[in-house]
Design a protein around this ligand. Structure first.
Ligand SMILES: [Zn+2]
Length: 57
């Protein structure tokens, strides 16, 4: 899975999942994390979806 931040293909799947059960990944190039919700309305946000939801709620 390519990094949505820098488009690097060097990413690693994390053991951790979001509380919604989405797999999370860490980019080896820019060291940011992202999850498999790439392409959703949350994708433009810089923060993981679970953090965004915590803020919104
Ligand atoms: Zn990256």
């Amino acid at each position: 899975m390519n990094c949505p931040h820098c488009a690097s293909s060097i990413t690693k799947e994390q053991m951790k999942q979001t509380f919604l059960g989405y797999r999370t990944f860490r980019c080896s190039a820019c060291h940011r994390t992202f999850n498999e919700r790439t392409g959703t309305p949350f994708n433009f946000l810089e923060y993981p979806t679970d953090v965004v939801l915590l803020v919104v709620l």
